[in-house]
Design a protein around this ligand. Structure first.
Ligand code: GSH
Length: 276
């Protein structure tokens, strides 16, 4: 593992590391913010999953989360959004292939060889982080858009792994919207029965634990009706009595200006469970 960026930030450190991922079979970058408290003892970790077209850089340069992570004594780990490298399958479109891993384990050629972002984020990355950094095993997860889908599905698929889950503008039902239909057909094949294990609305029907769950959604989001459809998550939660805090925020669009506006509230919200 090699540190490739190291910047002082709110009395802590915003770092980026490169490592060889055994799960993905390629070299990967991840960002980690270590708050000032980490110099004195281990701190809990919030995992952040970014959306389509992103790398580990978007969140750390645009969201402004470090101020709040420093205030609450929380590390934030932001992985890349897909496997990378010249021998990794790709597609010319922005919503398939590199930058669009959808936080699942692909089963179809040519994707199955490297596209295993679920196992990378749920297992390999936390094991690496907890072995090499001053952190505890208290974890929370959040993300944006495709990464909101990732946060919801990772939490729902891995009971006991996270203390709390939140999402900004998540793709809540990928099986029912164009972004998800395209990606799942490629990565998982045409049989929609296989898609349900990677769809938060479908997973909610058999949910095993009730984590604190918060969703922030801009009402001015250009993808709201066609791709995001938070009402489907609300209905799925209502059907099983799962408490969902769905905050519809008038005026906000799909961008990092929206994330920057509410990331402080989300970090504080996760902190109450991570420090409990
Ligand atoms: N039309 C957009 C769709 C992709 C998009 O909106 N990506 C969101 C996540 S779904 C994002 O975070 N983009 C990077 C950024 O804003 O820094 C594009 O082609 O970039």
């Amino acid at each position: 593992m090699e540190r490739i960026e190291h910047r002082a930030c709110f009395e802590g450190w915003q770092d980026v590391y490169r490592h060889q991922s055994a799960t993905l079979g390629c070299s990967m970058n991840f960002a980690i913010y270590l708050p000032p408290q980490a110099a004195h003892g281990p701190v809990p970790v919030l995992y952040w999953l970014s959306g389509l077209t992103c790398t580990e850089q978007n969140f750390i340069s645009k969201a402004g989360a470090q101020r709040y992570a420093a205030e609450h004594g929380i590390a934030i780990v932001a992985p890349d959004t897909s496997p990378r490298g010249d021998d990794v399958a790709d597609d010319a479109a922005y919503d398939l292939g590199k930058g669009a891993g959808f936080y699942l384990n692909a089963t179809q050629a040519p994707w199955a060889a490297h596209y295993r972002m679920h196992d990378y984020v749920a297992e390999e990355l936390p094991a690496l982080i907890e072995a090499h950094f001053p952190v505890t095993s208290a974890r929370a997860i959040s993300g944006h858009s495709m990464g909101g889908h990732g946060a919801l599905t990772l939490a729902l698929r891995n009971p006991g792994r996270y203390r709390s889950v939140s999402a900004f503008s998540p793709i809540v039902a990928p099986s029912q919207v164009p972004w998800g239909e395209k990606a799942f057909t490629a990565y998982l094949g045409p049989d929609q029965a296989a898609w349900q294990a990677w769809d938060a609305v479908a997973l909610m029907a058999n949910v095993a634990e009730r984590l604190p769950l918060r969703v922030e959604q801009g009402v001015g989001d250009e993808f709201l009706e066609k791709q995001l459809r938070p009402e489907l998550l609300q209905a799925a939660c209502d059907a099983v009595g799962y408490p969902l805090q769905l905050n519809l925020q008038p005026g906000y669009d799909h961008s990092y200006y929206f994330i920057a506006s509410f990331i402080g509230e989300h970090v504080a919200w996760h902190a109450q469970y991570l420090h409990a």
